[in-house]
Design a protein around this ligand. Structure first.
Ligand code: ZN
Ligand code: ZN
Length: 348
C-alpha cells in the first residue's frame, strides 16, 4: 500500500489560510492561534544541518554518528612525470580555487561539474585475436577549466584536487547521466508526481477532518480561532476512522504522523474534555473568561444546591432501615445516544 511522505513538505512557510488571515510566523502562537502547534523550523533540523555540512565538505557527523572530517585538497604524490603535465598547466593556487569552488556546489551542482569535466567514452575497438567479440571497454577522461582553457589531467590529479573517490565518478557516469545527452539526470526526477500525490493525499486528510462536526468556543469571550470536537474523539481514533474512510474510497492512507501533522498545524481543534462530573452549568461556567457577578452568583447557587443534594444523598445512604427503599434519579444527566466507534456516528 502506498503511503505519502511528508518529509519534503514540512517547510515553515505560511499556508494559504494564514496568508488570508494575515498571520505571520512571529504572530503564530500555539494557543489561540490558527493551529494547535507551532511549525518546525526545518533548517535547524539535524538532518538538514548534516546535509549542508556534507555537501560543502565541512566536518559533520554521519547518520551512524561517526565523525566525518572536513575535506581539504590532497597533496599530490606523483604528477611530475605525468604525460598531461597537470601540475605544470595548473598552479597550486588555481588548484585550490578549483577545490574551493567545487565544494560550494550542492549535490546537483557537483553532478553538473562532473558532466563538464569528465567523460566516460568507449575505447576505440582494437582488433585483437578475439576479434570484435571482446567486451567493450570504456575509458575515463578528466579535465579542469582554468580561465576558459580546458586542461586534460590525469585521474589521480583530478581526484586528489577535489578530494573525492573514483567511486563517485563511476556512480555518476553509470547512474546519474543521460546516455543520450551526457548531461546529469534530474536527481529529483518524479518529484513533481510525488509532490502532486502528496498534495492529493493531504487533501484527503483535510477532507476527512472536516467531516467531523466542530463547535466554536462560544463560551469564551476571548477572541480565539479554537474550535471543539466531541470529547470521546482523539487523533488516534480519528486516524483509525480515516483508514476505514480511505479503504472505502480506495485511496491510499497517509501515515499517522502526517495525519497528526495536518491536524495539529492546519487546524486549531481541541477535544472537549469528557464531562464526567461536570454538568452543563459547571462546564459552561468553567469556560467563561472574566465571569460577571451575575454569572458567579448563579454558579455559586448551583454549587450550593449540588452540595445540598450530596449531603441529602449521603444521609439517604446512611439509612439502614431495611424497610425503606430510596430511589435516586439524576434528571439533569443527559446522555448522547447512540455512541459507537463507527464513523457515521461521528461525521456530520
Ligand atoms: Zn597528472
Ligand atoms: Zn454543576
Amino acid at each position: 500500500m502506498a503511503t505519502a511522505n511528508i518529509d519534503q513538505e514540512m517547510e515553515p512557510a505560511l499556508n494559504q489560510n494564514e496568508e488570508l488571515l494575515g498571520i505571520t510566523p512571529s504572530r503564530r502562537s500555539p494557543h489561540g492561534g490558527v493551529s494547535r502547534k507551532r511549525k518546525a523550523d526545518r533548517s535547524s533540523w539535524k538532518q538538514s544541518v548534516r546535509k549542508i555540512q556534507r555537501q560543502s565538505g565541512k566536518a559533520y557527523k554521519n547518520t551512524k554518528g561517526e565523525q566525518m572530517p572536513k575535506r581539504s585538497i590532497v597533496a599530490l604524490k606523483s604528477c611530475r612525470n605525468c604525460k598531461f603535465k597537470c601540475s605544470t598547466n595548473i598552479s597550486e593556487i588555481e588548484r585550490q580555487i578549483i577545490f574551493d569552488n567545487f565544494w560550494t556546489l550542492d549535490d546537483d551542482g557537483k553532478k553538473h561539474f562532473y558532466s563538464k569535466t569528465t567523460e566516460n567514452l568507449e575505447k576505440k575497438r582494437c582488433r585483437t585475436a578475439a576479434g570484435d567479440n571482446s567486451r567493450r571497454k570504456t575509458s575515463y577522461y578528466y579535465s579542469f577549466f582554468v580561465s576558459n582553457t580546458q586542461y586534460r589531467v590525469c585521474k589521480s590529479y583530478y581526484l586528489s584536487t577535489l578530494n573525492i573517490s573514483s567511486h563517485r565518478m563511476f556512480y555518476f557516469h553509470k547512474f546519474n547521466k543521460s546516455l543520450t545527452t551526457g548531461t546529469p539526470l534530474q536527481s529529483k526526477s518524479g518529484k513533481h508526481v510525488k509532490k502532486r500525490l502528496l498534495e492529493e493525499s493531504k487533501q484527503v486528510v483535510r477532507d476527512h477532518i472536516n467531516l467531523f462536526p466542530r463547535s466554536d468556543a462560544h463560551y469564551s469571550r476571548k477572541k480565539t480561532h479554537k474550535e471543539y470536537m466531541e470529547g470521546s474523539l482523539n487523533i488516534g481514533r480519528m486516524y483509525d476512522l480515516y483508514k476505514i474512510y480511505c479503504d472505502e474510497n480506495v485511496s491510499p492512507p497517509a501515515k499517522e504522523h502526517m495525519y497528526r501533522y495536518i491536524f495539529n498545524h492546519e487546524f486549531n481543534i481541541e477535544f472537549q474534555k469528557p464531562k464526567k462530573d461536570l454538568c452543563d452549568t459547571c462546564y459552561e461556567y468553567r469556560n467563561i473568561v472574566n465571569a460577571s457577578n451575575e454569572q458567579t452568583d448563579s454558579y455559586n447557587k448551583h454549587i450550593k444546591s449540588r452540595n445540598d443534594t450530596k449531603i441529602e444523598r449521603e444521609k439517604d445512604r446512611q439509612n439502614v432501615d431495611s424497610k425503606t427503599a430510596i430511589v435516586c434519579i439524576d434528571l439533569e444527566n443527559v446522555l448522547n445516544l447512540p455512541r459507537a466507534n463507527v464513523g457515521n456516528f461521528y461525521y456530520k
